[in-house]
Design a protein around this ligand. Structure first.
Ligand code: SAM
Length: 203
């Protein structure tokens, strides 16, 4: 089965200038493990209406596996920099859509997508990132972490779980997720683990 894929941009430059093997090592990988927080914390608390999981920085889509195992007919939407034909998709390809689209381009263009691409049911989606927002700190004067969250809220998304390095880590090679106070306040930060930023409706 071929994955439904949508190309928004070409990120060869971003991939080749990555601080280390943080891109190719992930999208070419056959790795099917996933962080236990998905099964132990997120899935048991998912509001009943959630029918779509959206992963920004999805790499080889390993993190969709627990959701596909537990939620019947769940739709999965992945965003990353690599071309679809270079990715070794390790999850089920049923109901999977892949966008070759950076977070920056998502923020800049999503409001102009109209009906051009697969419609995404943002109000009934959980957006999740892991080890991705740390690469999207500052672009000139504009803070893409804040803008990313604001864009999701504007689209009607109410459930966001970010699993990212914070300033508590001295992560000088990769950086860490950075929000202004206004956006930090929207999340419960530091539970269930130090990397968690949680905004989820009650089940
Ligand atoms: C460290 S890997 C994490 C992969 C996966 N989320 C996981 O938990 O295993 C970082 C991922 O973020 C993606 N990425 C980096 N910068 C990005 C950006 N600006 N927009 C979208 N994805 C990005 C990389 O291509 C890579 O797949």
């Amino acid at each position: 089965m071929k994955v439904k894929s949508i190309k928004i941009g070409d990120y060869e430059g971003m991939i080749s200038s990555a601080p280390c093997n943080f891109v190719t090592g992930y999208y070419e990988s056959t790795y099917t493990e996933y962080h236990p927080i998905t099964e132990e914390y997120i899935i048991p608390r998912l509001p009943k209406n959630i029918n779509t999981i959206i992963d920004f920085g999805c790499a080889n889509c390993n993190n969709f596996i627990p959701f596909q195992n537990k939620i019947k007919d769940v739709k999965c939407v992945g965003f990353d920099l690599s071309a679809a034909d270079q990715i070794n998709f390790v999850c089920s390809k049923k109901n999977l859509t892949y966008y070759q689209c950076s977070i920056q381009d998502f923020v800049k263009t999503v409001n102009n997508w109209g009906n051009k691409y697969e419609p995404i049911d943002w109000a009934n989606s959980l957006v999740w990132t892991q080890g991705t927002l740390l690469y999207v700190n500052k672009d000139g004067e504009t803070d893409y972490c804040d803008r990313f969250v604001q864009t999701l809220l504007d689209l009607g998304c109410k459930n966001i779980f970010l699993h990212e390095y914070t300033e508590a880590w001295d992560n000088t090679i990769h950086g860490f997720v950075k929000f202004s106070e206004k956006y930090k306040k929207l999340f419960k930060i530091g539970e269930p683990d130090e990397m968690s930023h949680v905004m989820m409706e009650k089940k």
